[in-house]
Design a protein around this ligand. Structure first.
Ligand SMILES: [Zn+2]
Ligand SMILES: [Zn+2]
Length: 337
């Protein structure tokens, strides 16, 4: 199959990448050598093979190409597709998939914290091939069925939208809370739209007039960075995707307020942590989130995602697509196998 492959130095298009992970192929071959000698029917109900309809390039992918996580393999963790092999009831069903592949047996998994399973692999990020390919293998428990009323272009945003919903699992919001989202990029946009659903008063601070305009249309207050006057908020969400955002974020949280960190970067932050201690700030790291409320929001159209799309590239032009996604101010770039 066609797949984009990252070897640690270079991203390239591979025209004959194995469709199944190598361990699975060996597994199947050993089954084929079984008593009958004939190829067995697919009967593995733990993993499904999904034909990718669309995959999204996210800033985490761009960080991977700078060395984040030391990943090698097929990148890509935002996708929508349809099941071609797997449990019979799922065949031809449109699905999205949670990206943390947990062991299902450890203490974390037993406490329903599979997203933190210490022996997990993560699709396209850690030890598992991702979705910048014609097909991707996903454990069945990770799959979620996409309702017919949600288009592929919307469903491909489920994973980043779930990451925005994670904030609601971690922080209690009250009606009228003053919330600042730092960053007008894709994640900042999604976080602002999700937080607005709580009844909090949400402001997005960003650098790009055009992106702020899109955010404003979804009913969120916006402010351009050059107009910023120091002000303090109950909750600040740092979603700039750049190392410099943290400093400003720290100064914008009121004493005893909450700072939510969404940015993951390959580099290091250099900031003094003293203000966090002096102002008794609660710092919350926030990563992947629940898919169910994200799919529900897409279905109800309470969060709008398609204005975020900049361009759809064929997978064969994936290398160019990644360059485009890395341009400052780029919106969502999608890949279509
Ligand atoms: Zn992502
Ligand atoms: Zn586990």
């Amino acid at each position: 199959m066609q797949a984009l492959y990252w070897d640690g130095h270079e991203l390239s298009l591979n025209l004959s990448y194995p469709t199944l992970p190598r361990s699975k192929i060996e597994d199947r071959e050993s089954k084929i050598v079984g008593a009958t000698g004939s190829r067995p029917a697919f009967n593995d109900d733990r993993t499904a093979l999904v034909k990718v309809h669309l995959a999204g390039i996210c800033s985490t992918d761009l960080q991977i190409f700078k060395g984040y996580m030391g990943f090698r393999g097929v990148p890509g963790h935002e996708f929508v597709g349809s099941v071609v092999e797997g449990p019979r009831e799922l065949i031809n069903t449109r699905v999205v998939g949670e990206i943390n592949f947990a062991c299902g047996r450890c203490d974390y998994c037993n406490r329903r914290l599979g997203r933190h399973c210490p022996s997990r692999s993560v699709m396209g990020i850690l030890g598992a091939d991702g979705a910048f390919a014609e097909f991707v293998s996903v454990p069945v428990p990770n799959l979620h069925i996409v309702s017919e009323s949600v288009s592929d272009e919307e469903a491909v945003f489920t994973e980043p939208l779930a990451a925005a919903f994670e904030i609601l699992e971690q922080v209690q919001f009250n009606l009228g809370d003053e919330v600042l989202v730092l960053g007008d990029g894709k994640l900042g946009n999604l976080c602002a739209q999700v937080l607005r659903l709580t009844g909090a008063s949400v402001t997005v601070l960003g650098k790009h007039e055009d992106k702020l305009k899109v955010i404003k249309r979804s009913g969120v207050r916006t402010m351009i960075l050059s107009d910023w006057q120091p002000k303090q908020f109950d909750v600040v969400v740092e979603a700039t995707g750049s190392p410099s955002g943290l400093q400003l974020a720290m100064t914008a949280v009121r004493p005893r307020g909450t700072l939510v960190l969404k940015t993951t970067i390959a580099g290091e932050h250099k900031v003094s942590l003293a203000p966090l201690v002096i102002n008794e700030i609660t710092v919350v790291g926030s990563r992947c989130g629940p898919f169910a409320p994200a799919l529900e929001a897409l279905e109800e159209r309470s969060v709008l995602v398609t204005p975020l799309i900049e361009k759809v590239y064929p997978l064969s032009e994936g290398v160019e697509a990644v360059v485009r996604a890395g341009r400052p101010g780029a919106r969502k770039i999608l890949l279509q196998p």
